[in-house]
Each structure stands twice: as structure tokens, then as C-alpha cells.
Design a protein around this ligand. Structure first.
Ligand code: ATP
Ligand code: PRP
Ligand code: MG
Length: 212
């Protein structure tokens, strides 16, 4: 019998969109993380358990081998770095884009043309830094952990770097998207050591994920 495999998922869209892929491999998760307070969830497979962690913590659990694999957005992976991780499969779930947005009345193109120094709030400091450096735009980056859309409305910032999907959140806060930085989807990430040493144990799960 093979040893236990641990899969790290975050509550919400990642868990919800990963479940059908597990189902295709005949695996069901026995509890719903939205209603259960448990952080370790058994599955119908005696060799597989799911741990529930914050979306931005998934790469950390996998990097240190506390989880053998996990599902994380490319936004999170790019910010964390790929040390100790192997990302063999783009699952094509939780699709969105990372964009720059400003208040509806703000002339971003003109500010850039004038060489203005912009204040930008974001959870994605590394990706924002790289984007504006490539464009030669001077920015002061302020790290936030959520509700970035509020920044320009209360005078904390001129612009935000955040995820956009339908654009509803921007619209509801009188913001407009002015640049797309990258297209985002979620990847399966595997601990590099586990990928080498436990390949036979992991392969059925990797196959199930790569079929979708
Ligand atoms: P954390 O707990 O680390 O603060 P979070 O609560 O924002 O993260 P989710 O909102 O579940 O976690 O986002 C998980 C992933 O889903 C993100 O890393 C991103 O790749 C993707 N995502 C985020 N927002 C959207 C969206 N509106 N539409 C589609 N995909 C999204
Ligand atoms: C994400 C993201 C945006 C919003 C964009 O928030 O941070 O605020 O989705 O989606 P939209 O373009 O379809 O409006 P999320 O729903 O994950 O809420 P959170 O603040 O709890 O992360
Ligand atoms: Mg979110």
C-alpha cells in the first residue's frame, strides 16, 4: 500500500473548481470546507487527503513538503517564486487577468507621458514592480492584503494592480482598467522532491489532472 498523499487547496473557487477534476478520477472529498471547521479533509481514496489553506499559502505548504501537491493561481505563484516547486499542469481554472486600474476620471496615459510618479496599491508587489519597471514608469508601491479597489477612492493611491474577471468590481467602484499585465489561471504544483521520489504514488493523480 502506498503512503498518504496530501493535496493543498484553498476554500472558494479553487476548491470548487478542483472538485470536478477529482470526481473524474473517482475521488470525492467527504466534507465541505465552507461548513466544516476541519482543515484536514479525508477523501474517498484512503491514500489521499486534502488540506485547506489560504490561497497565497498553497506554494509554501508544497515547497516545504507539508503538502505533496496543491492548486494555486499563477498570480500567487509568480509572487511566491518557484523554489522547490514543479508546475507541470495548467488546469485552466479560476481564469482572470492581472490589470492596472485607475479612477474613471484619471488620465493614466497622460500621467505616464508626463513621467509622473504614481502611487500604486496592490497585493502583488513583485509583479507590479516588474510591470512598471519594464514600462519605465516610476511608482511607489503600497502593499495591501485586499479591497485594493478602495485605494484610489480614498486618496491612498492613483492606481491599483489587481485581478479582474467580469470587471464588475471595478465598475461598482468607478474604476477603469487601463492595462492588462498578464492572463491568470491556476496550476497544479508539486513538491520537487516528492515528484522525484514518489512519482509512482503521484502519477495516477497527475494523470487525472492532466486529462482536464
Ligand atoms: P488569500 O486568501 O490568499 O487572500 P483569496 O481569498 O483572494 O486569497 P481566492 O479569491 O479564492 O483567494 O482566489 C484564488 C485564486 O483564484 C487567485 O489566486 C486567482 O488566481 C483566482 N481568482 C481570483 N479572483 C478571481 C476572479 N474574480 N475570477 C476568477 N479567478 C479569480
Ligand atoms: C477578486 C479580485 C477582484 C474581483 C474581480 O476578488 O480581487 O476584487 O475578484 O472580479 P470581477 O472582475 O469579476 O469583479 P474576490 O472575489 O476573490 O474577493 P476577495 O476580496 O475575497 O479575494
Ligand atoms: Mg480573492
Amino acid at each position: 500500500m502506498s503512503k498518504m498523499i496530501t493535496l493543498a487547496l484553498s476554500k472558494g473557487r479553487i476548491f470548487d473548481e478542483t472538485l470536478p477534476m477529482l470526481a473524474k478520477a473517482g475521488i470525492t472529498v467527504s466534507e465541505d470546507p465552507e461548513t466544516s471547521r476541519k482543515l484536514i479533509l479525508p477523501t474517498s481514496s484512503p491514500n489521499l487527503r486534502v488540506i485547506i489553506v489560504r490561497a497565497s499559502d498553497v506554494p509554501t505548504y508544497v515547497q516545504y513538503g507539508a503538502a505533496d501537491l496543491g492548486v494555486a493561481g499563477y498570480d500567487v505563484l509568480a509572487e511566491h517564486g518557484m523554489d522547490g516547486l514543479y508546475a507541470p499542469i495548467d488546469l485552466g481554472i479560476a481564469k482572470c487577468r492581472m490589470s492596472v486600474a485607475v479612477r474613471e476620471g484619471f488620465d493614466y496615459a497622460n500621467a505616464v507621458r508626463q513621467g509622473a510618479r504614481l502611487r500604486v496599491v496592490t497585493k502583488y508587489v513583485e509583479q507590479a514592480r516588474e510591470h512598471f519597471a519594464n514600462k519605465g514608469v516610476h511608482v511607489d508601491l503600497i502593499k495591501l492584503y485586499g479591497s485594493m479597489e478602495l485605494g484610489p477612492l480614498v486618496g491612498l493611491a492613483d492606481a491599483i494592480v489587481d485581478l479582474v474577471s467580469t470587471g464588475n468590481t471595478l465598475k461598482a467602484n468607478q474604476l477603469k482598467e487601463v492595462e492588462v499585465i498578464s492572463q491568470i489561471s491556476s496550476r497544479l504544483v508539486v513538491n520537487q522532491a516528492a515528484y522525484k521520489r514518489r512519482r509512482a504514488d503521484l502519477q495516477p493523480l497527475l494523470d487525472a489532472f492532466s486529462k482536464v
